[in-house]
Write a protein that binds this ligand. Structure first.
Ligand code: ZN
Length: 215
């Protein structure tokens, strides 16, 4: 029975870990480590379709030896920096794999963090309405989005190191590292911040006021 369970578990893990497709390899290899990717936009019908798709896990056994993965990471960093973003997910450049980059605004000098096969393992029940979310794939739109105030996460980095940590911060003016992580993780599941729009209590009262004053 244990053998059957082991085989079953093995098959599931194999099924969920996908190699790059030919199309993805084309995209990754059409430039070098100094070349940015084209960022997919919701204003384009085909791009929009891709941005709504589910990504799959990367084989963590070959993180350091997979030259295509390493090139993808370097080009994602160039693309994010050129666009002036604080995070970028692989689906945003047409690669449907579970990997994104985010800026550690909770650390000195704001280093780039690579997150491979990232997951949220714990979060509070309450949520916050984060002000001024935005996305490189959604031009000219900024809005508030529903987020968790903190999250406990697990992921691998580009050197094959496993990370388990708590990310906090949801203030636009100070640290909002946990918000960036949640935004980028959503991309891997085909979810965009415009799916999670909320209004702050001040905005609610602005809307309610005219109704209250009708009489
Ligand atoms: Zn985004």
């Amino acid at each position: 029975m244990r053998t059957i369970t082991t085989i079953f578990t093995f098959l599931i893990s194999v099924q969920l870990t996908m190699a790059f497709t030919e199309r993805e390899l084309e995209i990754i290899r059409n430039g070098n480590t100094d070349t940015s990717f084209r960022v997919l936009l919701t204003t384009d019908a085909i791009d929009s379709f891709t941005l709504r798709m589910q990504s799959s896990d990367i084989n963590t056994d070959s993180i350091t030896t997979d030259e295509n993965l390493q090139l993808l990471i370097q080009r994602l960093a160039i693309t994010m920096n050129e666009a002036g973003g604080v995070g970028i997910a692989a689906p945003q450049v047409g690669i449907l794999k579970n990997i994104f980059l985010f800026i550690r605004i909770d650390k000195p000098d704001y280093p780039i963090q690579v997150a491979i096969n990232p997951i949220i393992v714990n979060h509070p029940t309450e949520t916050v309405c984060f002000e001024g979310d935005g996305c490189l794939s959604i031009p000219n739109i900024s809005a508030n989005s529903i987020r968790f105030p903190w999250i406990e996460v697990e992921y691998w980095d580009e050197k094959g190191n496993f990370h388990k940590e708590k990310l906090i911060g949801y203030s636009r003016e100070e640290d909002f590292t946990s918000i960036i992580f949640q935004h980028e993780l959503d991309h891997l599941n085909g979810i965009l911040f415009t799916d999670k729009i909320c209004t702050t209590s001040e905005e609610d009262s602005e809307v309610v006021d005219p109704v209250v004053n009708i009489d």
